[in-house]
Ligand binder design. Structure first.
Ligand code: HEC
Length: 375
């Protein structure tokens, strides 16, 4: 059996001869047409009836996907999973997401354009094409114009194509045999790529390592460190008393807070817990307790601190008889004002957090002193 043919290729002397031959071969429908020219030949695309590249559409789809990814990602992080109020702004305001949305759009779009072109349309990692082994490839990059008829589904009538090309004005005709498929992807090329990637990583790592070691005082982005601003405890020439740190204006109240008027715990005795004892409240209370109280009062609030004896204070055993029916207002007062070795912590909590931790404390006490009726 004869060797299988990849394509039959005719060389033309001028672009006009090539352009004239295209419709004649197209009319014969012997196989898929492909042209190789040293420079873009005007009108060739239309003559061959090439379709527009699908790359634009792919980039569009992936770009929009990038926009949506960034929008949803930021919305979920900022408004759902970890809402942080910055400068009093709504955590879900989309305007703040725009820069990242823009960046991710560009990222998705450019990567789609680059990788789509190289991997999908240019068929990397194949570095080779049957045409590259032909004699014609040497002149088609210089001053000749090649028109190839490629086999479709492995079928090509080489003799007929050859005759048709000659009839259409080809100066010479060459047959390109079907390559052994293994040659299309070269293991060596893949290994080379991997080695180059690894070398680049090592080089970048070494560069960073020595860069930071040799220039430890060079922060990578110093514009935020170096900006004119007042750090804590710094003097200021702007204010007459030269203090950089300003106390809040007289009578100012934190957002969502109320001024706490009491100085003695018996004044606070009458305060009642405004929160219902729901699962949600208890969960909030547990969080506040675990993060703030547990280290001194112990996980069971029985006064066994996690802190070592070096702390010096003797945290109250809140499971003791005294505290079981201690007025909640006085616990609130302790949180707000502190007591001896216990610091005043209340300013760091919201109103709800203060009352929620009291609910949780009550639950801890009840768990340690369960009655038959609790079962
Ligand atoms: C740095 C350690 C420390 C932390 C943190 C701490 N406490 Fe205390 N707490 C103490 C000490 C010490 C005492 C005993 C004070 C005293 O009577 O001299 C105490 C006493 C108390 C009392 C009894 C007050 C009274 O009237 O006798 C309550 C109630 C209390 N703490 C609740 C809390 C709650 C609620 C938290 C978390 C929001 C908390 N503590 C966090 C150290 C701490």
């Amino acid at each position: 059996m004869a060797e299988r043919v990849f394509s039959v290729l005719g060389l033309f002397e001028t672009p006009d001869a090539l352009l004239a031959a295209v419709p004649r071969l197209k009319a014969k429908a012997l196989g898929r047409l492909e042209a190789y020219t040293p420079y873009p030949v005007h009108g060739l695309e239309e003559a061959m009836g090439l379709r527009r590249s699908p790359l634009g559409g792919m980039v569009m789809v992936m770009g929009v996907l990038g926009t949506l990814t960034a929008l949803l990602f930021q919305y979920w992080m900022n408004a759902v999973d970890y809402p942080l109020v910055t400068g009093g702004k709504d955590p879900s305001s989309w305007q703040a997401f725009v820069p990242i949305m823009f960046e991710v759009t560009v990222l998705f779009a450019t990567f789609t354009a680059g990788l789509g072109m190289l991997l999908l349309l240019n068929k990397l990692p194949a570095f080779w094409h049957p045409f590259l082994d032909s004699e014609a490839s040497k002149v088609a990059t210089r001053d000749r114009f090649a028109l190839a008829v490629e086999a479709e589904a492995g079928l090509l009538d080489a003799a007929a194509v050859s005759a048709a090309l000659k009839a259409a004005g080809a100066a010479s005709v060459e047959t390109i045999p079907e390559p052994a498929s293994a040659r299309l992807v070269s293991i060596n090329a893949l290994l080379g790529l991997a080695a180059a990637g690894a070398a680049a990583c090592v080089l970048a790592g070494a560069f960073m390592y020595w860069g930071i070691k040799l220039f430890p005082t060079l922060p990578p982005m110093s514009h935020m460190l170096a900006q004119p601003r007042l750090d804590a405890q710094m003097p200021s020439r702007f204010f007459r008393d030269s203090r950089g740190m300003r106390t809040p204006a007289e009578g100012a109240v934190a957002r969502g807070g109320l001024p706490y008027p009491f100085d003695k715990d018996d004044q606070a005795r009458g305060l009642a817990n405004p929160l219902p004892r729901t699962e949600e409240v208890l969960r909030l209370g547990k969080k506040v307790f675990s993060n703030n109280c547990l280290i001194c009062h112990g996980p069971l609030a029985d006064g066994n601190p996690i802190l070592t004896a070096a702390y010096g204070g003797k945290p109250a055993n809140l499971q003791s008889k005294k505290f079981l029916d201690y007025p909640e207002g006085e616990i609130y007062h302790t949180i707000m004002r502190g007591k001896n070795a216990m610091p005043r912590l209340g300013d760091g909590f919201t109103e709800d957090e203060r009352w929620a931790v009291i609910h949780y404390l009550r639950a801890l006490q009840r768990a340690q002193h369960a009655k038959d009726s609790d079962l």
